[in-house]
Design a protein around this ligand. Structure first.
Ligand code: NAD
Length: 370
C-alpha cells in the first residue's frame, strides 16, 4: 500500500495530456481496486508552461518535483515553440528537471510482447519474450566533459574537442543501480565500454569489477566492448539481462535495443537519482517518444509507453512489484486480444483510439483482479 506517497504529474505538450489521461484512469483503478493510492499534484512543463508563465518550468514546479516521491511526465515540445530562444524552449524544462533532480541513471527496458514480435526488425524467434534493461549513465562522460569546444588553429583550420571523463563515484553509483536492478530480475549484468582503446574504459571496467567483488558477488558480471555489444544486440539479444554503460554508448545502444521492440509508442523509461538519507531516490518516469505534433489532439496516440512508465514507477519507486506485474500483464493481454492503436496496427487486429486502448487495459485489469 502506497498511500501518502507524493506523485507529480507533468503531462506537457502535444499528445502528452492525451496519453496521461489514460494513465490517470489506471491510477484511479489502482486506488479503487488495489487500495494503492497517491497524493497527486499536477503541474506544467514545456510549451504549455511557457504559454502561461513565460518559462518552460517555474521554480515552484521544480520545487514540487524535488519534494515528490516520483514524477510522471508526458512529453514536451512542438512547432509552436520552435523559434523561441534557447533558454525558453520546451526541452529546457525537461533538462532542468533532469539536472536539478541529479538523475544520473537512465533505465530503458526493451521488452517485446509476444503479440507484437512481428513488428521487430529481427526474426520473431530472436525477440519473442525479450526483456532486457539498459542502464545508461546520464550526467557525465563525453557529453559534459571539459575541455570542449571548437577552436581555430594558427593555419586557419579548426579543431573540435570533447572530453570523455569519468570518476570512481560516477561509475560506481550507476553500476550499483544496475546490480540492484539485476537482483530484481535475472541476476546478470553486462558492463560495456571500450577498454581496448580508451583509458576511461579501463577505469570503468576496473571500478565495476571492484564494486561487484565487494558487494554483488551474487550477481553474474561480464564485460563487453561497445562495438561487440551493438553486434550482439542484433545477433542474439536474449543473451542479456541488464546492460550498464556510459552516456555516449548508452545513447546509441538504448536506441538500437529500442528498435528490437518495433514501436516508439511502446517504450517506457525511468531516470533515477541518488538515494537520500531515508533511502528515497528521486525519480522521473516518461515515455521515450516525443509530443508527436502530427497526431496530437486526434485521440490517435498509443498510451502504452506512458502506462508502462507507470508500471516502472510502481516497481522502482514504490517497491510494488506485484502491482507492476499486474499492469504489464494487462497490457500484454490487451495486445493478445488484438487491440491496437494505429502505430502498432497489424492485419486482422482491432484498431482503437487512445481512449480505446485505455478501455482495453482497464478491462484486462478487471479480469485479472476478478
Ligand atoms: N522527451 C520528450 O519530451 C521528447 C522526446 C523527443 C522529442 N520531443 C519533441 O517532440 C516533438 C516531436 O518530435 P519528433 O517528431 O522527432 O518525435 P516524436 O516521438 O514526437 O514522433 C516521432 C513519430 O512517432 C509517432 N509517435 C510518437 N509517439 C507516438 C505514440 N505514443 N503513438 C503513436 N505514434 C507516436 C509520431 O506521430 C511521429 O510520427 C519535438 O518538439 C521534439 O523536440 C520531446
Amino acid at each position: 500500500m502506497a498511500a501518502n506517497k507524493k506523485l507529480l504529474i507533468l503531462a506537457g505538450d502535444g499528445i502528452g495530456p492525451e496519453v496521461m489521461r489514460q494513465v490517470e484512469r489506471v491510477l484511479d483503478w489502482y486506488a479503487k481496486r488495489r487500495a494503492v493510492s497517491f497524493g497527486v499534484n499536477h503541474g506544467l512543463v514545456g510549451g504549455c508552461s511557457y504559454d502561461k508563465h513565460g518559462t518552460p518550468l517555474t521554480d515552484e514546479t521544480m520545487g514540487e518535483a524535488m519534494e515528490a516521491d516520483a514524477v510522471l511526465l508526458g512529453a514536451v515540445g512542438g512547432p509552436k515553440w520552435d523559434s523561441l530562444p534557447f533558454e525558453k524552449k520546451p526541452e529546457r524544462g525537461l533538462l532542468r528537471l533532469r539536472k536539478d533532480m541529479e538523475l544520473f541513471a537512465n533505465l530503458r527496458p526493451a521488452i517485446v510482447f509476444g503479440p507484437l514480435a512481428d513488428a521487430s526488425s529481427l526474426k520473431r524467434e530472436l525477440v519473442d519474450g525479450l526483456d532486457i534493461m539498459i542502464v545508461r549513465e546520464l550526467t557525465g562522460g563525453v557529453y559534459f566533459g571539459k575541455p570542449r569546444g571548437i577552436e581555430t588553429l594558427p593555419d586557419g583550420t579548426r579543431r573540435g574537442i570533447n572530453t570523455q571523463v569519468y570518476t570512481t563515484p560516477e561509475i560506481q553509483r550507476v553500476a550499483r543501480v544496475a546490480f540492484d536492478l539485476a537482483r530484481l530480475r535475472g541476476r546478470k549484468v553486462c558492463s560495456v565500454e571500450k577498454a581496448n582503446v580508451m583509458e576511461s574504459g579501463v577505469l570503468w571496467r576496473e571500478e565495476v569489477q571492484k564494486l561487484h567483488d565487494a558487494d554483488y558477488k551474487d550477481v553474474e558480471l561480464s564485460h563487453m566492448y561497445a562495438d561487440n555489444c551493438a553486434m550482439q544486440l542484433v545477433r542474439q539479444p536474449k543473451q542479456f539481462d541488464v546492460i550498464v554503460t556510459d552516456n555516449l554508448f548508452g545513447d546509441l545502444l538504448s536506441d538500437c535495443a529500442a528498435m528490437l521492440t518495433g514501436s516508439l509508442g511502446m517504450l517506457p523509461s525511468a531516470s533515477l537519482g541518488a538515494a537520500d538519507a531515508r533511502g528515497r531516490r528521486r525519480a522521473l518516469y516518461e515515455p521515450v517518444h516525443g509530443s508527436a505534433p502530427d497526431i496530437a489532439g486526434k485521440d490517435l496516440a498509443n498510451p502504452l509507453a506512458t502506462i508502462l512508465s507507470l508500471a516502472m514507477m510502481l516497481r522502482y519507486s514504490f517497491a510494488l512489484g506485484a502491482d507492476a506485474d499486474l499492469l504489464e500483464k494487462a497490457v500484454s493481454n490487451a495486445l493478445g486480444a488484438g487491440i491496437r492503436t494505429g502505430d502498432i496496427m497489424t492485419p486482422g487486429a482491432t484498431k482503437v483510439s487512445t481512449a480505446g486502448m485505455g478501455d482495453a487495459v482497464l478491462k484486462e485489469l478487471d479480469k485479472l483482479a476478478a
